[in-house]
Design a binder for this molecule. Structure first.
Ligand code: NAP
Length: 247
């Protein structure tokens, strides 16, 4: 059975990846930071789909947490065939001129440092030259990285620019070692993240402005991630795949 680790899998896009992976027969390690009920519900749904999994709580911005989470993912001889670096945050909409240094630090800590720490652990454990089996890493970026998100969250947009650049660089580091590294860049997707930015209706309100005329669903992003994890994307690395309804 192939082993997958998904960060931020209690809710939203990460949850949908966990469930689609379970349907495809993966063992799924489910990370979350605070919402244990949501994470346990994801695990129950994984098991209901005939697969197995385990919870790995922790903050992706804290190195000791990340090391422990990856140890759980690899435990019992499972090893690791796929990692989805998904956990991320937004913050209330405002112009850069109004952002506090505390807000900027937390945004960069979770979305950049967290992504780098998780990608680093994957890069230590998956390459064949390091005793791994090879596999696929999928980074969850955002269409914000090319739109800039003015007057909403240029801080968030910049963190996703860093994720894009990491994807390109790491794909070149690991390409010869059996590990592919790609990113998805979702557009406006209906999840709880918009509520944490103070705009719970944001995806519904702005979704109609996308060329496809609606917001996206977490499962539509999850399906793209599953493709990047699997063998049918075998010649794909360093790609930034927009899943944004044309936005
Ligand atoms: P979501 O519904 O808010 O879910 C976020 C998940 O990440 C939760 O499981 C949460 O855990 C976890 N998480 C948050 N901070 C964490 C931390 N520091 N350490 C570990 N886990 C943490 O978000 P989503 O909409 O699914 O977004 C997932 C990813 O897609 C993010 O990287 C986001 O930037 C990206 N994205 C989303 C959209 C969109 O429109 N939804 C668009 C573009 C990109 P708890 O519940 O325990 O806090």
């Amino acid at each position: 059975m192939k082993s997958l680790f998904v960060t931020g899998a209690g809710r939203g896009i990460g949850r949908s990846v966990a469930l689609l992976a379970a349907e495809a027969g993966w063992f799924v390690t489910i990370n979350y930071r605070s919402d244990v009920d949501a994470a346990e519900a994801t695990l129950a749904e994984v098991k209901a789909r005939g697969a197995d999994g385990v919870l790995a709580p922790g903050d992706v911005a804290v190195e000791t947490d990340v090391l422990r989470m990856f140890d759980v993912a690899c435990a019992d001889g499972r090893g690791l065939d796929g990692v989805v670096v998904n956990a991320g945050i937004v913050a209330p909409s405002m112009s850069l001129a109004d952002m506090s240094v505390e807000r900027l630090r937390r945004m960069f800590d979770v979305n950049i440092l967290g992504a780098y720490l998780c990608a680093r652990e994957a890069a230590r454990r998956m390459p064949r030259s390091r005793g791994g089996r090879g596999g696929s890493i999928v980074m969850v970026s955002s269409a914000a990285s090319r739109l800039g998100s003015p007057f909403e969250y240029v801080d968030y947009a910049g963190t996703k620019g860093a994720v894009d650049t990491l994807t390109i660089g790491l794909s070149k580091e690991l390409g010869g070692d059996g590990v592919r590294v790609n990113a998805v860049r979702p557009g406006l997707i209906r999840t709880d993240i918009h509520g944490s930015g103070g705009q719970p209706d944001r995806a519904a309100r702005l979704g109609s402005s996308a060329p496809l005329g609606r917001p996206g669903e977490a499962e539509e992003v999850g399906a793209a991630i599953l493709w990047l994890l699997g063998d049918t994307s075998s010649y794909c690395t360093g790609a930034l795949l927009d899943v944004s309804g044309g936005r």
